[in-house]
Design a protein around this ligand. Structure first.
Ligand code: C5P
Length: 406
């Protein structure tokens, strides 16, 4: 993450119930503070067996609450005071027992007491389950999870993998950075709620022979940032990615492809079922007519082999001409005369919104600047990190959409 302070101004009550995943709560507290939040830690007695309040206090710069009769609260109402100040309560780890208590409205210690006492309509509750896989899979736990969801609680994770007990399965708490990002996403305005968004990203790779090919410097970062921003905004996102080395944004469906033809073949059956199509991929304009089956060798003549090229389909232009077309957003990576080229490209591809950026300046970088061109004119989104720009672009797209009808 660049030095964006995505949780700036947010006050988070971070609750810890008992479980080995408490060790991850230290890192989580640090990540939340680094993202700009103030963090008030509240621990159950069981949690203090796994990590000390001293550690959590040092990381958050605030004394930790461990019981409801805390003498620091003059009115003896820590549960009221703490929950009224919070923008959200995040319980991480949430043990099976703690979730069972939440379901039943039990309030026999400070953390469950404050969860019950919080004004639910303005202080959301998020829980990150952490437990052995058998405990997670148990029908009692699954009933409790369903009941919590029905009560409006957000359940984050759990992940699958190695467990402290030596077993492998569902029940691991999400990692600290994942939980931080879930919380950041939670606070983003849901401008694309109910919308389905299809995005292409990255370069394509056009094979010449089994070991060589034609590609470009696109890193995929802008497209991946847009996928994350659209997901944060409540959209259901499908990301068709060329060969890039980037992690998939949370809750995004990813389809990996290599060539322009594969990207075309992945996009076409999906396009009409989406409300928005954002083509950020730097698709190769041409490909070798056929990739040689064996590596092309020098023949000693000094003449390079002739590689016959053919034009690739223009995925964006094809989607933009579908009778049931989604709202189409194109990208133009130019080296000069950005506005003119972006306007020309918008007209040529017949898309309502074209986003220009300076290719050489942005490829592989963490920052960018965008120029939005539509039927009314143009607007600049000045230099910023790509996720910030992606969120601004998503907000711009949202204002141009009609609410979903399906
Ligand atoms: O024609 P040009 O490559 O400059 O246009 C760029 C825009 O068109 C981008 O949105 C890109 O993703 C899309 N495009 C495409 N298929 C191609 C070429 C470009 O979808 N074959």
């Amino acid at each position: 993450m660049a030095d964006r302070l995505d949780l700036s101004g947010r006050h988070i009550v971070l609750g810890l119930s008992g479980g080995i995943a408490c060790y991850k709560a230290a890192e989580l507290a640090r990540e939340l503070v680094k993202a700009g939040a103030t963090v008030q830690v509240v621990m159950t007695e069981a949690a203090t067996h796994f990590i000390t309040p001293v550690t959590m206090q040092a990381l958050t710069n605030r004394p930790v609450y461990t019981h409801q009769w805390d003498p620091r609260e003059a009115n003896h109402m820590a549960h009221i005071n703490l929950s009224r100040e919070a923008d959200a309560v995040l319980v991480a780890p949430a043990s099976a027992d703690f979730m069972a208590k939440l379901v039943h409205g039990r309030a026999d210690e400070i953390l469950s007491l404050l969860c019950l006492a919080r004004p639910a309509e303005r202080v959301p509750l998020l829980v990150a389950p952490a437990m052995n896989r058998e405990m997670w899979a148990h029908p009692a736990t699954q009933r409790n999870v369903a009941a919590l969801r029905a009560d409006g609680v957000s359940v984050l994770g759990p992940a699958a993998g190695d467990q402290a007990c030596g077993e492998v399965g569902d029940g691991r708490m999400l990692e600290a950075a994942e939980l931080r990002d879930e919380l950041i996403a939670f606070f983003q305005p849901k401008r694309l709620a109910g919308q389905r968004v299809l995005i292409t990203a990255g370069p394509t790779f056009e094979a010449i022979d089994p070991v060589r090919g034609i590609t470009n410097h696109s890193s995929g970062k802008m497209g991946f940032a847009i996928a994350r921003a659209a997901q944060e905004a409540g959209a259901q996102v499908t990301l068709v990615a060329g060969p890039v080395h980037l992690p998939t944004p949370a809750h995004v469906r990813r389809i990996d492809v290599q060539s322009a033809l594969q990207m075309h073949d992945a996009v076409m059956p999906l396009a009409a079922a989406h409300d928005v199509f954002i083509a950020t991929a730097a698709v190769a304009d041409w490909r070798p007519v056929a990739a040689a089956e064996q590596k092309l060798k020098k023949d000693g003549s000094g003449r390079p082999p002739a590689i016959e090229m053919v034009e690739n389909p223009d995925i964006l232009a094809v989607v933009a001409r579908l009778p049931q077309r989604p709202y189409c957003v194109g990208f133009a990576a130019e080296s000069h005369d950005l506005l003119r080229h972006a306007q020309d490209k918008r007209a040529r591809k017949q898309v309502p919104l074209l986003v220009g950026n300076l290719g050489p300046a942005t490829f592989g970088q963490d920052t960018n600047a965008l120029l939005l061109v539509d039927e009314h004119g143009h607007r600049e989104l000045p230099q910023a990190d790509k996720l910030t720009l992606a969120r601004q672009l998503v907000a711009e797209i949202a204002t141009r959409l009609t609410p979903p009808t399906r």
